[in-house]
Design a protein around this ligand. Sequence first.
Ligand code: DUC
Ligand code: ZN
Ligand code: ZN
Length: 477
Amino acid sequence: MKLIKGGTVITSTGPIAADVVIEGERIAALVARGYGFSAPSEGPGAVGDTAVETIDATGKYVIPGAVDGHTHMELPFGGTHASDTFDTGTRAAAIGGTTTIIDFAVQRTGEVVQDGLAAWHAKADGNCHIDYGFHMILGGVDDDALKAMDQLVATEGIGSFKLFMAYPGVFYSDDGQILRAMQKARDNGALIMMHAENGPAIDVLVKQALERGETAPIYHGITRPEALEAEATSRAIWLASMAADCPLYIVHLSASKALEQVAAARDAGRNVFAETCPQYLYLTLEDQLGAPGFEGAKWVCSTPLRSKHQNHRADLWKGLRSNDLSVVSTDHCPFCMKDQKELGVGDFSKIPNGIGGVEHRVDLIYQGVVDGKLSLARWVETIATTPARMFGLYPKKGVIAPGSDADVVIYDPNGRTRISVETHHMNMDYSAWEGWEIAGKVDTVISRGDVISAGGEYTGHAGHGRFLSRGLSEYLV
Ligand code: DUC
Ligand code: ZN
Ligand code: ZN
């Protein structure tokens, strides 16, 4: 038995002064302080009971282990592979306070869905430091893929499918394919996750830019304008309405006008949700993607970073406060500069799209609390509780409550975190946040009752993490 004593437990409804009792892999009890509770004179928890390991959390926050609902370990993409394995990526996640990831298994066009899923299990099995689940990317919606959706929901613990309105010839689905997948999801209760950018139009802009000799990384952002994210977001929402209001979740939303589409749909009572990511809350087209020379390649991701001369970042924070944005995920998709991002020297369209950040989300969003942009409750809700509910993991994950898995982070609000390639644990040869010093620090990380990181020392191991067979989203109407 473990007792986390003296901390302030942060729930999605606010802080409470409570101690947390862990028995084995589960939370056994929350004991409110100040209500006359005292340790029993004998038996478990009695003063002097050596079977109880007490962890002092005085002056610290005690939060549910964070749930990152959007990662890509070892994703084959852009002529290379995302550089974190399930081993390195889940270890980095754990050190940063994330105790569950949901990664995207991939069906490539022409491949059998179940084969893609089996390949993902083979990559992850025995290699994860924390618990993990999968969404399924559908790269080719046809009769077999639609049947496979039923099977994955019914027997494989996978209730969410990502479709792409971008990347013609790679992952792209046309509107007819999207509508069919949405109709299937409406029938079987699955969630459709959408990469909402108008890919065919982007391809035209990219070709024209390259013809003009515009080859630097910043043109990645300029050729993926806000209008084409907003248009695709709107189209996805209308298509979902044509599928009897199929549940729809927009991934990596970055632009104000796309958020307006989501907010309007939600105001109209529609079954539409969205996430954003730390990079869109802090980084910009000009300052990062527009860095001199080839440096901007570090921040090539899709959807792209947006202009600092517009209101995107402030609007995204507001969306998080108002719940028009329900979740913060990382879209962790790391590539090294050497040999990977470098594929796009002289042609921005060949730079692999992705930013690594699975280690830093808890800290970066806590900085939003310090800056007065988010409440403590909303911090926990957007990084842990809502993703658990959205992706069918609640109340096993995402909450500190009796019976839930003992995934707990003790967070030091007085600590500070300095981010650097010298100190991070992700398998990347640069950091997208190099030199940033932010408030707060992950102090102790507990995964299913085991302390896996404490005071800067990592004690977890590959193989501790288990596959999570997920239920359906709780947010579906
Ligand atoms: N979309 C993602 O969700 N991740 C990586 C690249 C992309 O386009
Ligand atoms: Zn995407
Ligand atoms: Zn992604």
